[in-house]
Write a protein that binds this ligand. Structure first.
Ligand SMILES: *Cc1c(COP(=O)(O)O)cnc(C)c1O
Length: 420
C-alpha cells in the first residue's frame, strides 16, 4: 500500500466503526419490521399448508398447477388483496405494470400519474408521437402527469383539475427511479389515496410498488390501492427467484390482467411454472429478511458517506419507502471509481471493468455495476449512475448486510484515494 492508500484505509476503518455504533437504533427498527413481515408471510404459508408437492414443476398448458394457485393465494394474503398473478411469464417489472395498464385502459380513457413522470421504461409503454406504434397513446389513451411538490406531496389543485378529465386509472410510483425526489412511504401513499377517494369513488388506484415490498410493515394495498405490481428480481423474489413479476389487487381487475397476460377465456387457468416454484416460494419466504439486509446496507452507506462529508439521499436517519440509496460525488472520476469498486467487490464478474454506455431511453451514458447471480437483479447489491452532474450514484440491494458493508468500504476508499 502507498501512503495515500494506507491513509484512506485508516480513515474509513475508523469511520465505519463509529458509524455502526450510530446506526444501531435504526438497525433495531429494521429488525422489528422484518419480524412483523416474516410473521405475515409465515402465517400464510401455514394457512395454505404448503408442502413439497407445491414445488413440483408443471409443463405444457400448466392446468391444475396447485403450486401456482397456492403461491398466488399467498401473495394475495400477504398484500391483503382478493387475488394475485405471480408468474415467470411476466418478464420484468415493466411488463407487469404494462400488463395492468393495457388491461384496465380502453380507448378514450385517461391515465393520470400523480407522482410525476413515470420510470423511464414506462415512458415507452405510454408512447410518444415519435414512437407510437403499439403504445397506450396508439390506443387512444390520454396520459397526463403532474409533478410532486419539492416536499414530496402531490399538487392537489392540479390533481383535482385533471381528475375531472375522464380519468380511469390514477397511478402512484412509490420508488423514485432516476428522479430527484424521495421515495414515498406507505403513509404518504395512504394520504394520496384518501385525497383521491374524497373526489372520486370509482377511479382505479394503481401503485408501481417496485423496490418497496417489505420496506415497511404495510403495503400500499393495505391502505386502499386497488391494484399493484412489481418485479420478482427485486424485493419479493428474495434473491432466489430467477425471473418473474407479480400483480395483486381486486378480483375483477386481476381477472382483466390475466386475460391480457394470456388471452381472453384463458386468464389465470394456464401457464406452466416450469422449475420456478421452489425459488418463488423460498424467495418470498426469505424476502422480509433479505430486504432488511438491503435496508441496513443502505443505512450504513448513507451514514458512512455522510460522516465523510458526502451528500446522500435519503439521509441515514430519514424514513425510507424503498431500498434505493443515492450518493453524490464531486466529479465523474469519483463516481467511476466508486462504481468500479462495487463491481470489483461483487461475487460474480468481479474482474469486469464496467464502462459508461449509451442505453435506450436515457439521455446520458449510464454506468452499471452489478456482479449479480441473477442477471440484472437489483435485490442483489448493485450501483448505477447516469454520467452527468450532479454525479449521483444509485445504490441498491444486497443479499447480506455484510457484503454491502465490505464493498462500500472499498468503494469509498477508492474515492478518497482519488481525491487525496
Ligand atoms: C425497476 C422499476 C420498474 C421496472 O423495471 P424492470 O427493470 O422492468 O423490472 C418500474 N418502476 C420502478 C419505480 C422501478 O424501480
Amino acid at each position: 500500500m502507498t501512503v495515500n492508500e494506507r491513509q484512506a484505509a485508516n480513515v474509513i476503518r475508523l469511520a465505519a466503526s463509529r458509524v455502526e455504533e450510530i446506526v444501531r437504533g435504526r438497525f433495531q427498527e429494521i429488525d422489528v419490521t422484518a419480524e412483523i413481515n416474516q410473521s405475515r408471510v409465515l402465517e400464510s404459508f401455514r394457512k395454505h399448508r404448503v408442502s413439497e408437492a407445491h414445488f413440483y414443476p408443471s409443463t405444457g398448458y400448466g392446468y391444475d398447477d396447485e403450486g401456482r394457485e397456492v403461491l398466488e393465494k399467498i401473495y394475495a394474503d400477504v398484500f391483503a388483496t382478493e387475488d394475485a398473478i405471480v408468474r415467470p411469464q411476466i418478464v420484468s417489472g415493466t411488463h407487469a405494470i404494462a400488463t395492468v395498464l393495457f388491461a384496465l385502459l380502453s380507448p378514450g380513457d385517461g391515465l393520470l400519474y400523480i407522482t410525476g413522470k413515470p420510470y423511464d421504461t414506462l415512458l415507452k409503454v405510454i408512447g410518444s408521437n415519435d414512437q407510437k406504434s403499439g403504445t397506450l397513446l396508439d390506443l387512444g389513451i390520454n396520459f397526463q402527469t403532474t409533478p410532486l411538490h419539492d416536499d414530496g406531496t402531490i399538487n392537489k389543485k392540479e390533481v383535482t383539475r385533471l381528475l375531472k378529465e375522464n380519468v380511469k386509472v390514477v397511478a402512484i410510483q412509490r420508488s423514485r427511479g432516476y428522479a430527484e425526489r424521495p421515495a414515498l412511504t406507505v403513509e404518504d401513499i395512504a394520504e394520496m389515496i384518501s385525497f383521491i377517494r374524497r373526489q372520486n369513488k370509482d377511479v382505479i388506484i394503481f401503485v408501481d410498488n417496485c423496490y418497496g415490498e417489505f420496506v415497511e410493515t404495510k403495503e400500499p394495498t393495505h391502505v386502499g390501492a386497488n391494484i399493484m405490481a412489481g418485479s420478482l428480481i427485486k424485493n419479493p423474489g428474495g434473491g432466489l427467484a430467477k425471473t418473474g413479476g407479480y400483480i395483486v389487487g381486486r378480483g375483477d381487475l386481476i381477472a382483466r390482467c390475466a386475460d391480457r397476460l394470456t388471452a381472453p377465456g384463458i386468464g389465470k387457468e394456464t401457464g406452466a411454472m416450469l422449475y420456478s416454484l421452489l425459488d418463488m416460494y423460498q424467495g418470498f419466504f426469505l424476502a422480509p429478511h433479505v430486504v432488511s439486509q438491503a435496508l441496513k446496507g443502505a443505512v450504513f452507506t448513507a451514514a458512512l458517506l455522510e460522516e465523510l462529508g458526502f451528500h446522500t439521499a435519503p439521509r441515514w436517519r430519514e424514513r425510507r419507502g424503498d431500498i434505493v440509496q443515492t450518493v453524490r460525488f464531486q466529479s465523474k472520476e469519483e463516481l467511476l471509481a466508486f462504481c468500479r469498486q462495487i463491481q470489483a467487490y461483487s461475487p460474480v464478474n468481479s474482474f469486469v471493468q464496467p464502462m459508461p454506455a449509451a442505453l435506450p431511453g436515457y439521455a446520458d451514458p449510464v454506468i452499471m455495476a452489478a456482479g449479480t447471480f441473477v442477471q440484472g437483479a437489483s435485490s442483489e447489491f448493485s450501483a448505477d449512475a447516469p454520467i452527468r452532474p450532479p454525479y449521483t450514484a444509485y445504490v441498491q440491494g444486497g443479499l447480506t448486510y455484510e457484503h454491502v458493508k465490505i464493498a462500500i468500504q472499498h468503494a469509498v476508499r477508492a474515492v478518497l484515494q482519488n481525491s487525496l
